[in-house]
Design a protein around this ligand. Structure first.
Ligand code: HEM
Length: 390
């Protein structure tokens, strides 16, 4: 998994599928199983008791497992039941107006410029600004919020040190403490006085007389920082890189704003901003004829499965008119993305408003985009704007 693979993972995905849709390989910590075929991945998602997500605390400096992603059913299901209503399609509609306003405010800041850094000026700050607004926090907290997010998601890049350097882990742990303290303070405030915001709603959710405890609330909020921000940035960056490089497809987006939902689903499938997720086997078993041993790591390449021609014969074609699109860019099974409706709302508003105001743009000539592997996001995306850009 290198920067070059992340820039265009499709040839590697194809080679992996061709050599066996499930195969054994040497992973980061011993032998591992790599799944790239859609049918096999559907099976992994179907049996969370065999392919577990349960994790011990600490991967990101956190003190307890993250909720709900590091739990298996039945606990995981209980948490989803409590949190799902806050992120349902109807519930996220109320965030349409603030999201639209934030998109326009950012565009207003550079609309006259000939050149921008799309990542630094737009796709990185925007999802965090949206989240601050949903949490009822001031936009002045943006630098703190971004620093806390990067301190746990990419501490080694932030410090310029190798990932296994002791200072990197120490920085991650210290940042985690700051995150707990940051959310603790806001939760205290909302406990004292409710508002119409995400945390106030989470404080009040109740199923069968049960409410979320303070620790549980903190463990959910911690996950939002890692699951809900870079994923949206990565979607915007990969989608806009594709549309910048394919002006004829971009012209379709500009000409048919009402088709934006199909564009988003197809680019989610084709680009798969989250390349893979992982599980570990709880028992000896077999997957598509490949032996899987208890305790082994299973790498689930959702990006490769989204391009599997056994599932979708023209999977390598980008088509904005697919009548059905069963992609798994948001994962599948019990852990399927909790924030998918919010993510879709954000992407729909952003792509529609952007293309209405800025129909012409391209990647600055001579630029090599360095996408991070895993979640395919960018630190820098130099972009030339305006008709002269083409
Ligand atoms: C386009 C943007 C997004 C993509 C591509 C994406 C992708 C994913 C994927 C693939 C998973 C499954 C992880 C696994 O199976 O191990 C997941 C889970 C999750 N996502 Fe998203 N996500 C996005 C946006 C968001 C947003 C905006 C939120 C904010 C609330 C969010 C919150 C979560 C949570 C909480 C989970 C864990 C669900 C569980 O374990 O039950 N995601 N996401």
């Amino acid at each position: 998994m290198t920067i070059d693979v992340a820039r265009d993972p499709r040839p590697v995905f194809r080679a992996l599928r061709d050599s066996g849709r499930v195969q054994r390989m040497d992973g980061l910590s011993g032998p591992a199983v790599v799944a790239t075929g859609r049918a096999a991945i559907d099976e992994i998602f179907k049996y969370p008791d065999v392919y577990s997500s349960a994790a011990h605390a600490g991967t990101l400096g956190n003190l307890r497992p993250l909720i709900p992603i590091e739990y298996d059913p039945p606990e995981q299901r209980k948490y989803r039941k409590l949190i799902n209503p806050v992120f349902s399609p109807a519930a996220v509609e109320r965030w349409k107006e603030p999201v639209t306003r934030l998109v326009h405010e950012l565009i207003d800041g550079f609309i006259g410029a000939g050149e921008i850094d799309f990542a630094k000026q737009f796709s990185t700050p925007l999802p965090s600004q949206i989240f601050l607004t949903l949490l009822g926090l001031p936009l002045e907290d943006l630098p703190t919020f971004l620093r806390l997010k990067d301190g746990i998601v990419r501490p080694s890049l932030l410090l310029g040190l190798p990932p296994n350097h002791p200072d990197v882990k120490a920085h991650q742990r210290a940042t985690a403490q700051e995150i707990y303290a940051y959310y603790d303070k806001v939760l205290d405030e909302r406990e004292a006085e409710r508002r119409d915001d995400l945390l106030s709603h989470l404080l009040d959710v109740e199923v069968d007389g049960e409410k979320l405890t303070r620790h549980e609330l903190l463990d959910i909020c911690f996950l939002f920082l890692t699951a809900g921000l870079d994923t949206v940035s990565a979607s915007l960056e990969t989608f806009m890189a594709y549309l910048a490089e394919h002006p004829e497809r971009r012209a379709e987006v500009v000409a048919s704003p009402d088709n934006i939902d199909n564009v988003i689903e197809e680019l989610l499938r084709y680009e798969s901003p989250v390349m893979l997720v992982s599980r570990f086997a709880t028992t000896d078993t077999e997957l598509a004829g490949c032996p899987v041993h208890k305790g082994e790591q299973v790498y689930v390449f959702i990006g490769a499965a989204n391009l599997d021609e056994e599932e979708l014969p023209d999977a390598d074609q980008v088509r904005f008119d697919r009548p059905v699109n069963r992609h798994i860019a948001f994962g599948g099974g019990v852990h399927r993305c909790l924030g998918s409706h919010l993510a879709r709302l954000e992407l729909r508003i952003i792509l529609r408003e952007w293309h209405a105001r800025i129909p012409h743009y391209r990647i600055k000539p001579g630029t090599r985009l360095s996408l991070s592997p895993g979640v395919r996001s960018l630190n820098s995306f130099p972009m030339v704007l305006g008709e002269g850009a083409e």
